[in-house]
Design a protein around this ligand. Structure first.
Ligand code: NAD
Length: 505
């Protein structure tokens, strides 16, 4: 064991001790709170499936308290000056940076994500608070739309308390991506983190409160989606739902929110193509392809899980991907050398493993990888895998596996590459490797994806719109797009007293 790994384990044990000693509580109206009926659920680490502790299970009374707390706090928070909100967002960012090691280590053990990625994810969470906080003072600004007889102008105002529901992959970063713009806009929040990775959500609530966020502005409620999440999406005090998760859950949440006409922003699943043409810079393409499927254990919405390779280089390129996948370091996520950790939960492991049998039945070839890893003990490990000789209609070419599993499909020309890329139900991201500028622009225009990267891996600019088409989502995050979701646009029309008002009666 190397010295840094050793230190990580010691430190992680120290940070995790509190979760073992007492159940993790909700955070409602500025205070850690047990469930009214005392119910809890057990949280385990995917490293060996040992228990990390108990977590409060939110029921109707708890959801009601959290929602009412957010509604009460909204009356003051929505009127708080933009520069005051900005100052608080910056203090939160500073506090996240100060506790970034703790966040990264706890999240790594809770999710199985390698520490090499989690350290950056914690800091990106801080960056989200800074970026949206800086825009808090101007978020209400509108536009001037004059006519000959009237002056129309718009202003934006926060929509109200928001239900933020997040998944278990990079949970800390993803929740800040929603919570930071909501708070900066003047909304209050009830956050329900995923039940398989609840720990860092409570750290975030604690950090925000410690940094001076008033009580009730951010409430965190733990529990399952079917119970706690459902109650939250149905609660009348919640005015909008910001959801990140699976497509079928998004659809269910639309139904749950429909009776109370909730605004919904849904960031859902993906089966993102990366198209590699023979004329591409193949060394850079190889690095990007390998990184975008095997980093974060492949549990990433924007992972490039289908690689479409021009026929003339298919064998050579697949052999190179296969060699790199086989060379990845699998192991304990707190080891800084490790590139592939265990999958989040045994149920998810079983789902991913089922695709190995499906691939075999469908006639694909497993070029490298496997459904288990001999060094994994009782942890949820699969080996980084490449399936070759896949056809576009196979399930492994259409369904989101959400693990370190890549499906390689050959194509003969641009038209076929486009047709294969667009044939899935999803439309989140697409990646494209070619040196032909015209082809790059043509395909970027024609691909059914909310985000297209040309000659690049997923590279995020916080002001740019993030989101998907088709079954991958509704709405966009990022920059002003986020404020459009968390705020109502109001038009105000003032007469210049020059127009004729119809006189009747
Ligand atoms: P999931 O849909 O199972 O759960 C997400 C959250 O929804 C959890 O907090 C869960 O408790 C809650 N939930 C489940 N059922 C609910 C219900 N009926 N009502 C209210 N809440 C409910 O997703 P997951 O397995 O946690 O996450 C993986 C999925 O998330 C993948 O499909 C992935 O692509 C997607 N994802 C998308 C993005 C994006 O930006 N598009 C980002 C990350 C993850």
């Amino acid at each position: 064991m190397n010295a840094i790994f050793e230190r990580h384990r010691t430190q992680a044990d120290r940070y995790l001790e509190r979760f073992r000693l007492a159940p993790l509580r909700h955070f409602i109206a500025g205070r850690p709170t047990d469930s009214a009926d005392g119910r809890v659920f057990v949280n385990a680490t995917p490293i060996d499936n040992s228990h990390l502790g108990e977590v409060a299970l939110g029921g109707a009374h708890d959801v009601d308290s959290a929602a009412n707390s957010a509604a009460a706090a909204f009356e003051t928070w929505r009127l708080t000056r933009g520069d005051e909100r900005k100052a608080i967002m910056h203090r939160i960012a500073d506090a996240i940076v100060a506790r970034s090691e703790e966040i990264a280590l706890v999240e790594s053990v809770d999710t199985g994500q390698p520490i090499r990625y989690m350290a950056k994810a914690a800091l990106r969470g801080a960056e989200n608070f800074r970026f949206f906080g800086d825009r808090a003072p101007s978020a209400r600004d509108g536009v001037s739309l004059p006519t000959d007889d009237h002056l129309n102008y718009t202003v934006r105002q926060p929509i109200g308390p928001i239900a933020v529901i997040t998944p278990w992959n990079t949970p800390f970063m993803l929740s800040t991506w929603k919570i930071a713009p909501a708070l900066s806009a003047g909304c209050t929040v009830v956050h329900k983190p995923a039940e398989w990775s609840p720990l860092t959500a409570s750290l975030l609530a604690e950090i925000c409160h410690g940094a001076g966020l008033p009580a009730g502005v951010l409430n965190t409620i733990h529990g399952t989606g079917e119970l706690t999440g459902k109650l939250l999406t149905e609660h009348p005090a919640m005015k909008a739902i910001a959801f990140v998760g699976e497509s079928k859950t998004g659809s269910q949440i639309m139904i749950q929110g429909a009776p109370s006409l909730k605004r919904l922003h849904a960031e859902l699943g993906g089966k993102n193509p990366v198209i590699v043409f023979a004329d591409a810079d193949l060394d850079r393409a190889l690095d990007a392809v390998v990184f975008m499927i095997y980093s974060l254990n492949g549990e990433r919405c924007t992972s490039s899980s289908r690689v479409l390779v021009e026929e003339s280089i298919y064998a050579e390129f697949c052999a190179a991907v296969s060699a790199r996948a086989a060379a990845l370091t699998i192991g304990h996520p707190l080891d800084p050398e490790v590139e592939i950790g265990p999958l989040i939960h045994q149920r998810h492991l079983e789902k991913v493993q089922a695709y190995f049998a499906i691939a075999e039945q469908e006639g694909a070839t497993m070029a490298t990888g496997g459904p288990s890893w001999e060094g994994g003990g009782s942890g949820n490990y699969v080996r980084p895998t490449l399936f070759t000789h896949a056809t576009p209609s196979m399930r492994i070419a259409n369904e989101e596996i959400f693990g370190p599993v890549l499906t390689a499909i050959p194509f003969v020309d641009e038209a076929e590459a486009l047709a294969i890329a667009n044939r899935t139900d999803y439309g989140l991201a697409a990646y494209l490797w070619t040196q032909d500028i015209g082809r790059g622009h043509r395909l970027a225009r024609d691909l059914d994806a909310g985000m297209v990267w040309v000659n690049s891996e997923n590279n995020r600019h916080l002001a740019a719109p993030f989101g998907g088409m088709k079954a991958s989502g509704i709405g966009r995050d990022g920059g002003d797009y986020s404020f459009d979701f968390y705020m109502e646009t109001k038009n105000i029309c003032i007469a210049l007293d020059t127009h004729k008002i119809p006189r009747i009666g």
